[in-house]
Design a protein around this ligand. Structure first.
Ligand code: HEC
Length: 149
C-alpha cells in the first residue's frame, strides 16, 4: 500500500520539478499523469485488486483536487499543436473550458469534504465520493482532448 502512496507523492514531486522547467505542455501532461495514478489506485481498490485503505483513498482525492486547481494555469495561448493532445476548443471556447475546470474543482472539493480528516470510512463511502470526480475524466476528454488513437 505504501508503494501506491509513494508513487502518487513521487508524481506530485516530479510535477513540481517539471514546473521549474517552465514548459506548460510538460507540466499539464505531468499533472494528468498524476491524475491517472490516482484514478488507477482508486480503480484498484474499487475492483478489489488492492485492499481498501482510507489513507490511499484520501491521497488520491487530494491529488485530484490539487490537479483540478493547478491544471488551468498551463494552457497559455499558442500551446496547442503537435506535441500535445489538447484540443483547439480549449482556446476557441474558453467559457466552456472554464466550466469544465470549475466542475472538476467542485466535484473534487466535495470529495475532499466527504473524505474528512481520516479518509472515507469504507469502500462504499469512497465510491460515493470519488464516482462523480472520475466522471470528469471522460466528459472533459470528450470535448477538450484530441483522440490520439
Ligand atoms: C478539465 C478537463 C480535464 C479533466 C477533468 C481531465 N482531463 Fe485528462 N486531459 C485533459 C487534456 C486537455 C489533456 C491533453 C493535454 C495535453 O496533451 O497537452 C489530457 C490528457 C490526459 C492524459 C495524457 C497525459 C499525457 O502524458 O499526454 C491522461 C493520462 C489523462 N488526461 C488522464 C485523466 C484522468 C485519469 C482524469 C480524471 C481523474 C482526467 N484526465 C481529467 C483534460 C482533462
Amino acid at each position: 500500500m505504501k508503494s501506491i502512496l509513494l508513487s502518487i507523492s513521487a508524481l506530485m514531486i516530479s510535477v513540481a520539478g517539471v514546473a521549474a522547467a517552465d514548459d506548460p505542455v510538460a507540466v499539464r501532461k505531468a499533472l494528468m499523469q498524476a491524475s491517472a495514478a490516482s484514478a488507477a489506485a482508486s480503480g484498484g481498490m474499487m475492483k478489489g485488486e488492492i485492499a481498501y485503505n482510507p489513507a490511499v483513498a484520501k491521497a488520491a482525492i487530494a491529488t485530484l483536487n490539487a490537479v483540478s486547481h493547478a491544471y488551468g494555469d498551463f494552457f497559455p495561448e499558442g500551446t496547442g499543436g503537435e506535441d500535445t493532445s489538447a484540443s483547439p476548443k480549449i482556446w476557441e471556447d474558453g467559457d466552456a473550458w472554464q466550466q469544465a475546470l470549475s466542475k472538476f474543482q467542485t466535484d473534487t472539493q466535495a470529495a475532499v469534504e466527504a473524505a474528512g480528516k481520516d479518509g472515507p470510512a469504507d469502500l462504499a463511502a469512497f465510491q460515493a465520493a470519488i464516482g462523480p470526480v472520475l466522471s470528469n475524466c471522460r466528459s472533459c476528454h470528450e470535448t477538450f482532448r484530441l483522440q490520439t488513437n
